[in-house]
Design a binder for this molecule. Structure first.
Ligand SMILES: Nc1nc2c(ncn2[C@@H]2O[C@H](COP(=O)(O)OP(=O)(O)OP(=O)(O)O)[C@@H](O)[C@H]2O)c(=O)[nH]1
Ligand SMILES: [Mg+2]
Length: 359
């Protein structure tokens, strides 16, 4: 589970990266080719709820990896950037919306709308160039292909040509009408405009009081299928995660800031990417695991351990809410809220699962 942070130079990418991962990457440094990589712990109050029952030695939240790729100038979403970005499951676009004369903007002025479009174009260009190369390759392959291979190549050619035309009409791949099979067929290309996108507008402190209304306004404007919007003040948020918790809380309540940007952005990315969490519990640890919506029990087991997936016998499942009502797994069993499921059970967000397995 990995999210790539993108944006124009000096938009606040590394600042946000540090906030999300509580990291200490150098700010304002001209980034090198090496990306910053860090882990964000996904805040989830249910972990504490479960710990109230199990008093575990360890509480382990779900984790999402964030990759802050180096700054790139226009038209350079290629080479090393592309390699890092193509492996991610989603993109977080940091858009500069703060004014600061000490931080020059590469385009010479602050214009968030222009920057959103600019990056969109870059994603599109990157995909178009991959498609062009592949189409050329298929052309030459078709000349030499045996009769039994031609069909597959022709099919791929037709699909890519269709995607190309639609992309040229400014429809990103994430919004294109493709069947499940077609999406699968192109998944290997890791197209950037196919990835879910969170646009994070980085506003200055002076606009903090309007953050909520700005977010509403921008969400209306930019929200698309698989695209969501957040507004935050990157610099302030980074300073706040470096404070101790009580001080940060006090500051937030004085400023009327409800939730930390950290929690909100991680939460929004989680939803946007279609992730859900299930839990394993015990006196050793209470732990959240990340899966995609519609994952079946046996695949989810593989997240915990490949042995459990291989030797899967059954899963004992209780919904988080039900478990909190009963107060223990034993009570859950008695009141039949805990149910036994087989391999193909579709796991729900918040399921607490005990696996029985045999290897
Ligand atoms: N005033 C103000 N300055 C900010 C804010 N966020 C970032 N900055 C400043 O902008 C400069 C660039 O921030 P970075 O986080 O390094 O931006 P970046 O996008 O990672 O930059 P590159 O990696 O060089 O492209 C630094 O001097 C930050 O202190 C903000 O919300 N307000
Ligand atoms: Mg940076």
């Amino acid at each position: 589970m990995e999210i790539g942070i993108i944006g124009l130079p000096k938009s606040g990418k590394t600042t946000l990266f540090n906030t999300l991962t509580r990291g200490k990457a150098e700010i304002g440094a001209y980034a090198t080719e090496l990306p910053n990589v860090g882990i964000a712990k996904v805040p989830d109050p249910r972990i504490d709820g479960l710990d109230g029952i199990f008093h575990a030695k360890k509480k382990v939240p779900a984790e999402v990896k964030y990759v802050d790729v180096a700054a790139h100038t226009k038209g350079e979403l290629s080479g090393v950037f592309l390699t890092h970005l193509s492996q991610t499951d989603g993109l977080l676009h940091v858009v500069r919306a703060f004014a600061d004369d000490n931080v020059p903007h590469i385009e010479g002025s602050i214009d968030a709308d222009r920057d959103v479009k600019l990056l969109d174009l870059e994603l599109t260009f990157s995909d178009l160039s991959i498609i062009e190369n592949r189409l050329k390759k298929i052309d030459s392959l078709l000349k030499r292909a045996k009769a039994n291979e031609r069909d597959a190549f022709s099919k791929e050619q037709a699909l890519l040509a269709r995607i190309q035309t639609t992309l040229e009409g400014d429809v990103p791949i994430r919004e294109q009408e493709l069947t499940e099979d077609e999406r699968k067929a192109i998944s290997g290309y890791q197209f950037l405009s196919a990835k879910p996108l969170l646009i994070a507008f980085n506003v200055g402190e002076e606009r903090l009081p309007q953050a909520t209304s700005l977010e509403e306004e921008w969400r209306k404007k930019y929200r698309r299928p698989h695209v969501d919007v957040a507004v935050l003040c990157g610099k302030l948020e980074m300073e706040l995660v470096q404070l101790d918790e009580a001080d940060a809380r006090e500051f937030r309540s004085t400023m009327g800031m409800a939730e930390t940007a950290l929690n909100r952005i991680i939460g929004l990315c989680y939803e946007l990417l279609g992730y859900i969490s299930f839990f394993t519990v015990g006196s050793d640890e209470v732990r959240a695991w990340t899966i995609l919506r519609n994952t079946i029990a046996v695949q989810a087991a593989g997240k915990v351990h490949t042995d459990i997936e291989r030797g899967f016998i059954r899963a004992e499942v209780i919904a988080y809410k039900d478990l909190m009502k009963c107060g223990s797994l034993a009570e859950g069993r008695k009141s039949a809220l805990l149910h036994t499921e087989g391999k193909s059970y579709v796991v729900n967000d918040g399921d607490v699962i005990t696996y029985l397995f045999n290897v």
